[in-house]
Every structure is written in structure tokens, then in C-alpha cells.
Write a protein that binds this ligand. Sequence first.
Ligand code: DX5
Ligand code: ZN
Length: 217
Amino acid sequence: MKIKIAPSILSSDFAKLGETAEMLERCGADLIHCDVMDGNFVPPITFGAQAVKAIRPHTALPLDCHLMVLHPNTHLGEFVKAGADLISVHAEACGAGTADLLREIQAHGVKACAVVNPETEIEALFPAAEFADMLLVMSVHPGWGGQKFIPESLKKIERLRNHCIRIGRDELDIEVDGGVTVENVGEIVSAGANVIVAGNAVFGSRDIAGTIARLRG
Ligand code: DX5
Ligand code: ZN
């Protein structure tokens, strides 16, 4: 499967989002991961659709918008208009409404992804596996960059990939988010993830292009 690297701009300088997006494209990133936090679903507040809109003209790369917000349904339209290519919503925020919300995202012509937090059973993603464009396994507690990868996430990724294979969706993108490093990415990919979010690993390195290449390699 194609490995895609999605640097998270959460760890970047917020005063230079446009330049950062251009630099990431030059450095070989596949997606730009935008961490939207509302101060409710997670304690911090980051940025919203206006920032995504501001980044949009600076890159042709897909904008991967990870909504860590309590009511993603009320904000969908804004992110679609802002130019999001992919919108991820948390099962913990949407509950039984997750599937409907994913369908609504897809109806806007945008790719839809469902996410689970570390304490949520991976089975919560099984219904979405039937039709979603991507599934995201959080490997840290959402809210902050630079945390340590939770090792139990590997088993969850493995079970999710096996489920996707069982239902004939072998090629479904499985994204992993949190604590990914050049050192642990190998076992994460072996477990079945193919879309790799990396904040600290990318922005904490002096050679961003080299780090992206090593994460992919
Ligand atoms: C955490 C965010 C992540 C974060 C990852 O809530 O969803 O995308 O930026 O950062 P690192 O790679 O530093 O763990
Ligand atoms: Zn994220």
C-alpha cells in the first residue's frame, strides 16, 4: 500500500501557516494535517475554518482536517467552503450519528474519515469501514503534539486492518495520529496503517525533507 505522510501543522509556527504549507509540499509531504480544536472536545483551542481557508491557496496538497470538536455537524459547511479535502470526525463526538455525518461530508464531495480516541474500542469504527474514505486511530490522547505513542494502538490498527480485509476493503486508508517517530513508524506500518501523521517528528527535525523521506521509507 502507498504510505502517505501527513505532517501536522499543530507543531509549526502559526504565524507562517502559508509558507509552511508551501515548504511541506516542496519537502515531499502527501497531505497537510490540520488539527482543529474547540476547547470543549479537547481543552486547547487551535484554529478553525478561516485558517484552513487561508492555507488553501498556498498548496495543492490535500488538506486533512482533523476536527477535535464537540459538534462537528454544525461546522461542516465552513470547512467544505474553506477547501478541506478530507474531514475527520470523532466517534466520541458523533456517537450513533457518525455514519450519517460521514455520508453528509461525502455528499459535499469531500472525503470522510471517522476517528477513535485511545480509550475507545476499535469496533466503533467497523460500521464506517464499509463506506468511509479513511479511518483514523489516535495513538495519543488528543489535544497536544509531542506526546508518547501508546503501544496498545498497534493491536487496534492490526484489528482494524484485518477487519477491512475481511470486508473486502483491503485498500482503505488507515491513518495513525500521535507520537509517531522515525524509530517507531516501521512497526506502525507493519500493523497496517498507511497514512502517517507526524507533528513533532517533522517540525522538531532540522532536515524536514529527510525526515519525511525516512518516515515513508
Ligand atoms: C493531537 C493531534 C495530532 C498531533 C500529533 O491531538 O491530533 O495531530 O499534532 O503530534 P505528534 O506527531 O507530535 O504526536
Ligand atoms: Zn490530528
